[in-house]
Design a protein around this ligand. Structure first.
Ligand SMILES: [Zn+2]
Length: 280
């Protein structure tokens, strides 16, 4: 089975009565079976996203081959997406390796430059039917080593979003409406009014980053107001590390390392299943 781009995968999700797709950050190859298990349990298509750092660590070809192979053998429609990337060369590398979706993040640039670069990425992606996500506004928190401080957060304006989508023709747009990347100390407060207005102004799928700290109620409301891709990363990582700490602590050095990882993967599957249910 070949990989799906975001637009095609969203259609599969809608046919199976999901309102949105979760996009889950894979941090290491060992975590991969847990993702597919969750997709099988929920009869959901699967969107896996990779940071540029993880792609470099694992190698693009290995990721594409492993994910294609699992997608075919498990019969799970799957999209492989490059998360936040502002380096056009790195995006080309991912497209050439077979990624089916990419994100160009020019949110730190003036809107004109963000539009120009996003258009270049779309020109690179279209011939391969690769979907393109862009970002407008500044989402707070830390992502793959990049930090946006609280005072630098800029919510996405409705007018800018409308112009951006019109001038780029991007497939999906990440917006800043109150969520923060990384680990939360409290709960995020989504600006639902702003979200609804941006949905009506743009008419394309909107993306929620920093899904970890959003309450279940807020998440359900967001996917009813135009969010069709929800990024979840930190929560799986936290569960995986917490469970590994326990098992490694208790185990013996001559135990198979596999035995330490299985409980961690079970915890990751549980997080994914719980999140996927919210998108119905
Ligand atoms: Zn993000």
């Amino acid at each position: 089975m070949s990989l799906y781009n975001f637009t095609d995968l969203l259609q599969v999700a809608k046919q199976r009565e999901f309102k949105a797709l979760g996009s889950f950050n894979l941090h290491c190859l060992e975590m991969l079976p847990a993702f597919f298990k969750a997709a099988e349990k929920t009869n959901s298509p699967l969107m896996i996203q990779i940071s540029t750092g993880t792609a470099k660590y694992l190698g693009h070809r290995l990721l594409v081959d492993a994910i294609c192979s699992l997608s075919a053998s498990k019969n799970v429609p799957t999209c492989l997406h490059l998360d936040h990337c502002s380096d056009l060369e790195a995006i080309q590398t991912a497209i050439d390796a077979g990624f089916s979706s990419v994100m160009y993040d020019g949110s730190h640039l003036p809107i004109e430059e963000n539009i120009a670069n996003t258009r270049r990425v779309i020109d690179m992606a279209r011939p391969r039917r690769v979907s393109v996500e862009a970002e407008l506004g500044a989402i707070g928190g830390s992502e793959d080593g990049k930090v946006v401080a609280l005072e630098e957060i800029a919510f996405t304006s409705v007018e800018d979003a409308k112009r951006f989508v019109h001038e780029t023709g991007v497939d999906m747009l990440a917006i800043s409406i109150g969520t923060v990347h990384g680990l939360y100390t409290g709960k995020a407060h989504i600006q639902h009014q702003r979200l609804t207005e941006i949905t009506h102004a743009t008419g394309i799928p909107l993306v929620l980053h920093g899904g970890t700290g959003v309450s279940d109620e807020d998440m359900r409301l967001a996917v009813r107001s135009g969010i069709e891709k929800v990024n979840v990363g930190t929560e799986m990582n936290v569960q995986w590390v917490a469970r590994c700490k326990q098992t490694f602590e208790k185990g013996k050095v001559n135990d198979s390392v596999r035995n330490f990882l299985v409980p961690a993967n079970d915890a990751v599957t549980d997080v994914l299943v719980e999140k996927i249910q919210l998108f119905r």
